[in-house]
Design a protein around this ligand. Structure first.
Ligand code: NAG
Length: 228
């Protein structure tokens, strides 16, 4: 009888530890041109060294003390063009995302997800969280130009985008052809969604887990999270 309980307990433990590895979630898209939330040292997750870089209007280094262009009229801190997705091969891309309802829970952590629905089924991304947000706590709001300016639009100030942004306010452009509306330095990251992921990306299902960050991401963001 004791052996049976022990066996059941170890089976339950195994089931819990396997399912705890991968969490179900979703993906959405963003490109609001704002200084990311992880650009504030006070928002970093425990043990992270940062903050993430923010840029001036021309994608140079933002000056010290520059205010977030999304919250201060004339503010000089924006997103950097280097936060566009990076294609590794046909099934893996690196990138940056908003993730988690609070910045301090996620800032600078990296996650690997695999799409389980949508045209990108089977493809994966390794993303670093540089912002909070997304539609739920398990969403990844992928930085891709033309991904939607969302609640706070600094793309009009940075690039002269239309007041509601390029395409939909949430989700952005609706086809690869609409990427032609964007400035030339953001086009590759706009085409990434349609040509590499294979479609809109918004509300596609995923499973994900936290991973250690590749240096290709931390060297761009300038932020290194605590090792897992
Ligand atoms: C893509 O790159 C990853 C990481 O190096 C590798 O594990 C995977 O096998 C590659 N996939 C293809 C299709 O080359």
């Amino acid at each position: 009888m004791h052996a049976t309980v022990a066996t059941l307990t170890s089976i339950l433990f195994l089931a819990v530890s396997v399912t705890a590895q991968q969490t179900a979630g979703t993906t959405t898209t963003t490109w609001d041109c704002c200084e990311p939330a992880c650009g504030y040292t006070s928002n970093l997750s425990p043990g992270a060294t940062g903050p993430v870089k923010s840029c001036n209007q021309n994608n140079g280094v933002a000056s010290a003390g520059a205010q977030n262009a999304c919250f201060t009229q004339g503010g000089g801190a924006f997103s950097c063009q280097t936060y566009q997705p990076i294609i590794v091969n046909s099934t893996l891309s690196y990138g940056f995302a908003g993730h988690g309802n609070t910045a301090t829970s996620s800032c600078c952590k990296c996650y690997q997800f695999t799409w389980t629905s949508g045209a990108g089924v089977g493809k994966s991304m390794i993303v670093q969280a540089i912002n909070a947000g997304g539609i739920t706590d398990t969403d990844f709001d992928i930085y891709t130009p033309g991904g939607g300016v969302g609640d706070y639009n600094a793309c009009t100030a940075q690039y002269g985008a239309p007041a509601g942004g390029w395409g939909r306010q949430y989700g952005g452009v609706t086809s690869d052809a609409e990427c032609s509306q964007l400035p030339s330095n953001l086009q590759a990251g706009c085409h990434w969604r349609w040509q590499w992921a294979g479609g809109d990306v918004n509300e596609w299902q995923i499973t994900y887990e936290q991973v250690n960050c590749p240096s290709q991401l931390t060297s761009v963001s300038g932020c290194i999270p605590a090792a897992i």
